[in-house]
Each structure stands twice: as structure tokens, then as C-alpha cells.
Design a protein around this ligand. Structure first.
Ligand SMILES: [Cu+2]
Length: 288
């Protein structure tokens, strides 16, 4: 009901007035917009209840403060009141549950025939993105982008297409997270293949991260999502299939210079090559 009362437009207005109440604004998928609206509406509902309860507390403190030694009226076992404060929270939870279930079902929905499939492979501590010729573990990889210690992997995808993501890990549990999708999903090793589907509706470049503590260099496990027009995507994929490197394929679709690499995030400066933080002989640690 609250969702219906607060139409999408005013929800966005209230949301941006309060910085999205901590959530990233400007989601890049239809699913993200729905989750964002649910979040804002839930926070507003919580605040309405909160202000009402705080008001009652302060009113009682002032109105019924101790005035003498006479015992006040005792209101235990007030049946109507007991019923009211049992039924009201149940109703609130039911309404929140109802809208959450609707949005969640929509976010988890898989179509019978997605427009394209990309396999997300997580490993300590990087990503590989495999462009597949069909959904399912038996499908073939037609092209890949791969991250290394020096290069942040790019995941180039088109707007307006139903994209199926299939996740798998080579070692431990990772988690695929693009903050602007308002979505993350764990990447499991073994035969569990987590699958989800989105349509991207906004071109741009967005940082992606591993959101599951997976080991020493978890914080370095990032990637960049590059959302382009379907025409550019086709050109990019054709170049990759023909054997071009990822930066060269980025060049084919009009990116030049450093834009052919990740721009939203950089490889972090590590000392993973044979240096330790607390070794006395380490020239860096010793400040030399
Ligand atoms: Cu990870």
C-alpha cells in the first residue's frame, strides 16, 4: 500500500534527498530500480513507525511521570491493547514480506531463452569472463577476458539484451558484485552453478568487486563492467573471437589510449613479489 501511495517518481525524489539512505542511486538494470524503490519505501515505512513509537515514548514520559506516591492505574491484561500490539507488527511484517517476495521473484527470474550468456569464473584472486554460445555448463566458450596481476579484467556487455550470468569458481567461494546493479551473488566452486539474469539499461563503465572474503588478496579482486551499445558489443566480440587482445578489441570499438584498460579502478600496489611487511631486511619496511 505504501509502495502504491508513494509512486516511483516521489520515491526517487525522497531517495535522492537523503542520498538513497545509503544505497547507490542510479541503478543500471530494471531489477536495480525495483530493489531501490523497495529499499526507499521500506526505510520510509520504518521511519514512520519509528517516529510514531518515539512520539508515544516521549508523550508517556511527560504525561505519566511520577507525581506522587499514589499507585497509578494498573493496565495489565488489557486485552484490546495486547491484541493491537500483536496484530500491528504482524501486519507490518506481512506487508514488507509481500513486497520483498514480489521484487525478489522478479530479480531471480530466468527467461526460457536469454539473448546471450556469459560465464563468470572466480579464482584466487582474479576473474575470467567467458562469452558462451548457449546457456548451460556444456556450452562452448567463444571468447574470454582474463585478469592478471597487472591488468584488471573487463566485462564488456551490451544494453537492452537479456544477459544470463553463470557463475563458477576454481577454488573457494567468491562473490560477483557490481554496486550499480545493486546486486551481488556468491560464486561457488564445484558443481553449484549460480545463475542470474539482468538487462543493462545504461551505458557506462562500472567497477566490480569480489564481495566474499576469499583470502589474502581478496581486496585486489576487482573487475570493470563496460556497458556499450549492442552494435559495439558485436564488434568487440567479433574482434575477440578473431583473436584480438582485450585492449585491442576495445580499440576496435573506439576506445583509445588508457581507455582500452580499466578506468574505474587500478591494480593496487602490492608487495606480493617477495617482500614482507615485517622483515628487517626489507628496504621498504626499513624506510630506505
Ligand atoms: Cu574473491
Amino acid at each position: 500500500m505504501l509502495l502504491a501511495l508513494l509512486s516511483g517518481c516521489s520515491l526517487n525524489g525522497i531517495g535522492s534527498a537523503f542520498g538513497g539512505f545509503g544505497w547507490p542511486e542510479g541503478g543500471i538494470t530494471p531489477q536495480a530500480h525495483k530493489m531501490y524503490d523497495l529499499w526507499i519505501a521500506s526505510v520510509i515505512a520504518a521511519l514512520v513507525v519509528g517516529f510514531f513509537v518515539w512520539g508515544l515514548i516521549f508523550w508517556c514520559m511527560v504525561r505519566y511521570r511520577k507525581r506522587g506516591d499514589k499507585l497509578p492505574v494498573q493496565t495489565r491484561f488489557n486485552m484490546p491493547l495486547e491484541i493491537l500490539y500483536t496484530v500491528t507488527p504482524v501486519l507490518i511484517v506481512a506487508v514488507l514480506f509481500y513486497y520483498t517476495a514480489i521484487v525478489q521473484t522478479d530479480v531471480d527470474k530466468l527467461s526460457a531463452k536469454p539473448d546471450m550468456t556469459v560465464e563468470v569464473v572466480g579464482f584466487k584472486w582474479n576473474w575470467q569472463f567467458n562469452y558462451r554460445d548457449a546457456p548451460g555448463p556444456e556450452a562452448k566458450t567463444v571468447a574470454s577476458t582474463l585478469g592478471s596481476s597487472d591488468v584488471i579484467p573487463l566485462l564488456v556487455l551490451p544494453t537492452g539484451k537479456k544477459i544470463r550470468f553463470e557463475e563458477t569458481s576454481k577454488d573457494v567461494i567468491h562473490s560477483f558484485w557490481v554496486p550499480e546493479m545493486l546486486f551481488k551473488r556468491d560464486v561457488f566452486p564445484g558443481n553449484v552453478r549460480n545463475v542470474f539474469e539482468v538487462t543493462l539499461d545504461k551505458e557506462g563503465r562500472y567497477v566490480g568487486r569480489c564481495a566474499e572474503l576469499c583470502g589474502t588478496y581478496h581486496a585486489f579482486m576487482q573487475f570493470e563492467l563496460v556497458v556499450v551499445s549492442p552494435e559495439k558489443y558485436e564488434k568487440f566480440l567479433a574482434a575477440k573471437v578473431a583473436g584480438a587482445t582485450t585492449p585491442d578489441a576495445m580499440g576496435v570499438i573506439g576506445y583509445t589510449g588508457d581507455e582500452r584498460f580499466a578506468v574505474k579502478t587500478v591494480p593496487m600496489d602490492t608487495r606480493r613479489q617477495g617482500r614482507s611487511w615485517n622483515h628487517e631486511d626489507d628496504p621498504v619496511a626499513a624506510g630506505k
